[in-house]
Design a binder for this molecule. Structure first.
Ligand code: PMP
Length: 455
């Protein structure tokens, strides 16, 4: 029968997957039974067997416009026919148009360097910062400060900036010169303070560490506005401003990693705009094309760019990326941002985030839920097995909730590998095109799944 044939075909694809494809980040056993996704529609994806899932993680926090936006496909197609590629050692129209638009979204005066991934955007930022200091008469400034629990990418520099121990195992030594400080983690304050009854020790620690390291050796701080993949760790409202002031006091630059928080996910165009700070460099990827094509960008304040004006043969940025700023990807990105403007999707994301917070409120009193955190349209649900002691829920409990959601047709995420006993934060970051009814159903499923895991 046709069904039997289809069954055979499905099995053949799965066999080939097992034989040829190395899945990202997956343990061996899990990687032998992947979801093989064949289609998408709004916030939903369909697998090889025809099962449909509401993707509450937008892939990897990136498919913000959902899986079926024809206008994005058309923007890429039109550009591919017009002019598919030219390197950005020179220029092309989509890169110019996008750089202008990114400046509008940033509300500042930035020069834009294009790459293909968030990791690369951060690597470029590190190189620009070191060279800027060198050319600005301070060649000893080469260290970067980042936070434990944050993720900044998979390459040797970006992984060195990352503050998640088990991601680094087997790959060290990484790039030298990265120093970490504790995160602004109010639920488990690293300084033993109660929420809202502290002196922002999590921000002051930057000053202490800059002094201990020697201010003349510190190049920049890199931070996300909210630590996303590390467990949706939302800082106190004044935190980022305090860090910016400390940076200014010591001549340290501030790189803001907007790879996840950017492009509306935070409820504003960029995450840092929630905290009233002006970064020196902004790195972005993911939502920049709603993930339809690879693209990333490093935005650099115009004054920093001016340090590269000298005509000395080595005074320019010696960095090229063959595919970086691909013409079709840039054109698609411009269309992404235009659609977001026309459809007011940044405001919609903020609204959806507020709604999600109201919908998940019943979880707050659940014995398994230690903390509920929200930032724009993302949520972190920190699971514990002893609320008093805040004992992190073990992997099997976290896994049961995720599996219960999947069984009901919802894909949710969890925080990435800090250390094995701290992977206890469920994460949600649905596409902005989700409907109110879908969001209500999603919240209902998550609540049921948590309740079921308790039994
Ligand atoms: N920075 C942040 C905050 C991220 O979340 C990620 C990816 N999850 C990256 C950088 C790296 O991006 P990519 O995977 O595109 O290299």
């Amino acid at each position: 029968t046709t069904d039997a044939l289809r069954e055979e075909e499905r099995k053949a694809w799965l066999d080939k997957d097992r034989r040829y494809v190395w899945h990202h980040m997956q343990p061996y056993a899990a990687s032998r039974n992947p979801l093989i996704i064949t289609g998408g529609d709004g916030a939903w994806v369909t697998d090889l067997e025809g099962n449909r899932y509401l993707d509450a993680m937008s892939g990897l926090w990136c498919v913000n416009l959902g899986y079926s936006e024809k206008e994005l496909a058309e923007a890429a197609y039109d550009q591919l026919r017009q002019m598919p590629y030219y390197p950005l050692t020179q220029s092309h129209l989509p890169a110019i148009a996008l750089s202008e638009k990114l400046n509008e979204w940033l509300g500042g005066d930035y020069r834009i360097f294009f790459s293909n991934s968030g990791s690369e955007a951060n690597e470029v930022a590190f190189k620009i910062v070191r060279q800027y200091h060198a050319q600005n008469g301070e060649p000893t400034r080469w260290k970067f400060i980042s936070r434990y629990r944050a993720y900044h990418g998979n390459s040797m520099g970006a992984l060195a900036a990352t503050g998640q121990a088990i991601r680094k195992q087997h790959y060290e030594p990484l790039a030298p010169g990265f120093v970490h400080v504790p995160p602004p983690y109010c639920y488990r304050c690293p300084f033993g303070k109660a929420r809202d009854a502290c002196d922002l020790e999590c921000a002051s620690i930057f000053e202490q560490v800059i002094q201990w390291e020697g201010p003349e050796t510190v190049a920049a701080v890199i931070m996300e506005p909210t630590i996303t993949g590390g467990g949706v760790i939302v800082p106190p409202p004044e935190y980022m401003k305090r860090v910016r002031e400390i940076c200014d006091r010591y001549g340290v630059l501030l790189i803001v990693d907007e790879v996840i928080c950017g492009f509306g996910r935070s409820g504003k165009p960029f995450g840092h705009q929630n905290f009233n700070v002006e970064p020196d460099l902004v790195t972005m990827a993911k939502g920049i094309t709603s993930a339809y094509l690879p693209l990333s960008a490093t935005a650099v304040r115009a004054e920093l760019f001016d340090a590269f004006k000298d005509d000395h043969p080595y005074a320019h940025l010696r960095h090229v990326n063959t595919f970086g700023g691909n013409a079709a990807a840039c054109a698609l990105s411009v269309r992404t941002l235009e659609l977001m403007e026309q459809r007011k999707l940044v405001d919609r994301a903020r609204e959806l985030g507020e709604k999600l917070e109201r919908l998940l409120e019943p979880l707050r009193n659940h014995p398994l839920v230690g903390d509920l955190r929200f930032f724009g349209f993302m949520a972190g649900i920190e699971l514990v097995i002893d609320k008093q002691r805040k004992t992190p829920a073990p992997a099997d409990v976290v896994g049961r909730v995720i599996a219960a959601c999947k069984n009901r047709g919802v894909l949710i995420g969890k925080n990435s590998d800090t250390v094995p006993e701290q992977n206890n934060v469920l994460t949600l970051a649905p596409p902005f095109v989700i409907s109110d009814e879908e969001l209500e159903w999603l919240a209902k499923v998550v609540i049921e799944a948590v309740r079921e895991a308790r039994r």
